[in-house]
Ligand binder design. Structure first.
Ligand code: ADP
Ligand code: MG
Length: 730
């Protein structure tokens, strides 16, 4: 890559240098690196391997065994490149020998190997010995000419494997990283030394070398732990500084009159559960203080979060303050509007609905009426309307915003979207001296340590029981041979007037080859490994065809998926909710909150493709009415472990139990959802490590307590700023 004569004159490079501007780097490499989002040398250093191939077993050629992975170190005896005329493929064959004997190596379609290898060279070959027609051979082994200084990079040890891109292999990435590690100025360490020592973590430059070129598995672990800690630590610093900032802001104090409040509770059609009461008390206690609340209310689907949030909003209204109440979709916003107006028919404070397609107002006595967006906005701005319900566009910044302004914005409630709104709440209070209280609600049961790691700035309230008298949903894992029986059962239910959901993992069949890439890394157990379980993954379009033409030609079947327009989706959901559709075949888009009490069957295809917590969420879509509900889990998986895992869904007491298991089995990505996928990969994995999370929290607390603005740690201060931008905290 660099001309030989230039090589010795090169000064150490800056880590922030753009690779495109370093003379001598092949333009093609630069382009490939860009597709991996690598611009600077630093970016390249932080492109971490997702696994290591273990080639550390070096054996004499004579001791190689078929099927075993090993390294042979010897001398090239001969090299021959031919073209197989049948398949028009370049074939390179080499024989390498040591004192014990020789071994043959064959590479297909890698003609450059034939150009690089020369008889007489001392090389390593690493790979698996295979038995072919002409005897045993190494099939496309990793090769490396040895004799230079330093340890081998591609063979004879732990060899890092990276997210790749077409045209740039792990070998190329290793080559570049090694080259730059040797020619770049040392990076300053953002983790203060005393913290590094306390936590037993290696220094940054040391750790970089160890993560890319470990001498042992222990070294790789040590380095991974360091980088994971670094991210967790930054996350905690971000949370704690955010918390501190908020604690210095003012908010409208929301106080309650105990007697009036009791009357309101008594007028509810049901008694709150113990955990609803506890959560409500935590919320009311927070909002009374005149400092902004920052709270996450977690509870299973159907545990009754809405009423808790509504009671807080009503308390704000009693004090003359206003609430913005946000749902992820228009359907859910309308549902919340209906729920609130029905549940509190005597509330005269004014409840408004403001979405892209609808505007409504209700001033008590259940007399809701259609209105216009302009009127709703005006009533909100002049303070008459105490609760405004809408989608996230209510407080989104920029173009999507509905431009809602409130006179006294005291509370922001966000349903089913964890992080959204924490900062956007400010938009409602522009030009005001106070910051609204913030209450986020989530049906994703996030285990406590995970919540601490990712939402460390939010306090947590948990509803861990369902209201009394709910019928348990009968859950069954259905074996393939019982599929027809299950269809008969569904037909029977529909004849009785019920409705069914059928959930499939995919919209349509695809041929994507499941290779890990930069984008999906971490989602696959091992590179490109196919299991019988992922050979057939059910798709909405196929199942829709099958069910509507063959299985239930006499019933009304519809489909729903993410590629449909929002309007179409809403239309279908409306029809389903209105009983005009018998069976709805859908992807996971139905996952959040829609209430169809008449739907009693949740049938999930290729259930093994979903996390347990997701399955639990789907199941929560049924069992909302008076009839007994059922959840049928289908899988073609032949693995006993898969079936066992699915059985856990029927045995679990609540979503938290399943979430803990998901965290162990599939990691936090599943639980946190897509919007969190901006988190660094190593950190995602570190989120399973409760001890490390707590340690990061402790160290962050100590440092913030001493020096909240991090004045003494300018490097850290700077890193934190960038980190906050990355996770959208700033
Ligand atoms: P989620 O927590 O999933 O948002 P909802 O707030 O939609 O749950 O509540 C689900 C249903 O349970 C609603 O119909 C609600 O009126 C009802 N509900 C809430 N709390 C109770 C309770 N304590 N007792 C009986 N029913 C309740
Ligand atoms: Mg809800």
């Amino acid at each position: 890559m660099f001309g030989k004569s230039k090589r010795d004159k090169i000064k150490p490079m800056k880590a922030d240098a753009l690779i495109s501007e370093i003379g001598g780097v092949n333009e093609k490499f630069v382009r490939h690196l860009l597709t991996l989002n690598i611009r600077t040398i630093r970016d390249l250093f932080f492109h971490f391997p997702f696994r290591y191939d273990d080639f550390s077993r070096v054996v004499p050629a004579a001791e190689l065994k078929i099927g075993e992975v090993a390294t042979v170190s010897g001398v090239v005896k001969r090299v021959r490149s031919t073209r197989s005329w049948k398949r028009k493929m370049a074939v390179t064959e080499a024989v390498v020998a040591d004192d014990s004997g020789g071994v043959r190596a064959v590479w297909f379609n890698q003609p450059f190997v034939g150009k690089v290898l020369k008889p007489g060279q001392r090389i390593n070959l690493s790979g698996k010995l295979t038995l072919g027609k002409n005897g045993a051979y190494f099939s496309a082994p990793a090769y490396e000419i040895v004799g230079g200084n330093g340890r081998a990079k591609h063979t004879a040890g732990l060899v890092s494997v990276y997210p790749e891109t077409r045209g740039l292999t792990s070998r190329g990435i290793r080559y570049l990283i090694n080259l730059f590690l040797n020619r770049t100025e040392k990076l300053p360490d953002t983790i203060p030394e005393h913290i590094r020592k306390n936590a037993g973590l290696p220094e940054i430059n040391d750790a970089l070398r160890k993560i890319h070129f470990p001498e042992s598995p222990g070294e790789a672990e040590e380095a991974k732990k360091r980088f994971a800690f670094e991210d967790l630590f930054l996350m905690q610093l971000a949370s704690l500084s955010e918390k501190l900032k908020l604690s210095q802001c003012r908010a409208y104090p929301i106080e309650i009159n105990a007697a009036d409040f009791k009357t309101r509770l008594d007028s509810l059609p049901f008694e709150l559960t113990a955990s609803q009461k506890k959560s409500l008390a935590e919320i009311l206690n927070d909002v009374a203080r005149g400092r902004p609340m920052n709270r996450l209310l977690e509870g299973d689907v159907g545990s009754g979060k809405t009423v808790v949030a509504a009671l807080a909003a009503l308390a704000a209204a009693d004090n003359g303050f206003q609430t913005a109440f946000m749902a992820p979709t228009e359907i859910l916003a309308r549902q919340h509007f209906k729920t609130l107006t029905k549940m509190f028919p005597h509330f005269e404070g004014g409840i408004g609905l403001l979405t892209g397609s609808e505007a409504r107002i209700c001033y008590g006595h259940d007399l809701e009426s259609a209105s216009t967006k302009a009127v709703v906005k005006k009533e909100a701005k002049n303070g008459h309307l105490k609760i405004t319900i809408g989608t996230h566009s209510l407080i989104a910044k920029g173009k999507k915003s509905t431009g809602l302004e409130l006179n006294k914005p005291a509370l922001v409630v966000v349903d089913e979207q964890h992080r959204f709104g924490v900062n956007q709440r400010q938009t409602l209070a522009s030009g005001k001296k106070t910051v609204p209280h913030f209450l986020s609600m989530s049906a994703t049961p996030i285990p406590r340590t995970l919540a601490l790691a990712v939402f460390g700035d939010l306090d947590l309230s948990i509803i861990d029981e369902l209201p009394k008298g709910r019928k348990k949903i009968l859950t069954k894992v259905v074996a393939p041979e019982n599929r027809n029986k299950a269809y008969d059962f569904i037909r029977e239910q529909i004849k009785k007037g019920r409705q069914a959901f059928v959930i499939c993992p995919r919209i349509e069949q695809t041929t994507d080859d499941q290779r890990p890439t930069a984008g999906n890394i971490g989602k696959f157990p091992a590179a490109g490994r196919r299991t019988p379980a992922n050979l057939e993954i059910k798709s909405v379009k196929e199942e829709y065809e099958k069910l509507s033409k063959k299985v239930f030609p006499d019933l009304k079947i519809a489909m729903l998926h993410g590629k449909m327009k929002a309007k179409e989706k809403e239309e279908i959901m409306k029809k389903f909710a209105g009983g005009k559709i018998d069976v709805l075949v859908s992807t996971s888009v139905v996952e959040v909150g829609v209430d169809v009490p008449n739907a009693t069957i949740m049938m999930i295809e290729s259930a093994d493709r979903f996390g347990l917590a997701s399955l639990h969420q789907f199941r929560g879509r049924v069992g909302r009415g008076e009839h007994q509900s059922f959840c049928l889990l289908f899988t073609d998986s032949v693995f006993e472990t898969t079936r066992k895992r699915l059985e856990a869904v029927s045995a679990a007491k609540n979503g938290f139990e399943l979430a803990e298991r998901d965290l162990e089995i599939r990691g936090p990505g599943e639980l946190l959802g897509k919007e969190q996928s901006g988190l660094p990969d190593l950190m995602m994995r570190a989120l399973k490590n409760a001890a490390l999370i707590k340690e990061a929290r402790r160290e962050a607390e100590k440092i913030i307590a001493k020096d909240s603005s991090l004045k003494q740690y300018p490097l850290l201060q700077n890193r934190l700023l960038k980190f906050k931008e990355k996770i959208h905290l700033e």
